[in-house]
Write a protein that binds this ligand. Structure first.
Ligand code: ZN
Length: 140
């Protein structure tokens, strides 16, 4: 069973939450209506942003993908994620596919925090090991 912590962000402002909430409105989700703003912090403290993008074929990319892509594009060397924040209307968690993508860049650190915020300022805090306890191995 996951232990879920809820933090009142009005008392504990968080830069990543504010940024993810801001960019969430820029997501392109005309089909599902489920907008996602994702912000990743890298090992140097830089923040990378992404939003989900849908299309008429009902495929698309998730916000977490966009943030990881932005991180890779901005830093050719060093690709370690130290924190992830996503904001959705209901505080949902990243999907399994996104969690595997995130894990690929956590440098084996199980305690990387995943902050899942809603639009009302509440955030659930997980470690990636809680959301993805059995990731695929890196080497096949
Ligand atoms: Zn996803």
């Amino acid at each position: 069973m996951l232990e879920i912590h809820v933090m009142d962000l009005e008392k504990d402002p968080d830069e990543m939450y504010k940024l993810a909430k801001k960019i969430m409105s820029q997501a392109y989700a005309p089909y599902s209506g489920y907008k996602v703003g994702a912000v990743i912090k890298d090992e140097h403290g830089n923040l990378h942003q992404g939003v989900n993008v849908e299309n008429a074929a009902y495929t698309g990319s998730h916000g977490e993908y966009g943030a990881i892509s932005a991180m890779l594009a901005s830093m050719p060397q060093g690709k370690c994620i130290t924190a992830v924040t996503i904001v959705t209307k209901d505080g949902g968690t990243p999907c399994g596919n996104c969690l595997q993508h995130i894990w690929q860049f956590c440098n084996g650190i199980w305690s990387v925090p995943i902050y899942c915020g809603d639009v009302f300022g509440k955030i659930k805090i997980f470690q990636i090991k809680e959301l993805l306890p059995f990731p695929f191995d890196f080497e096949f």
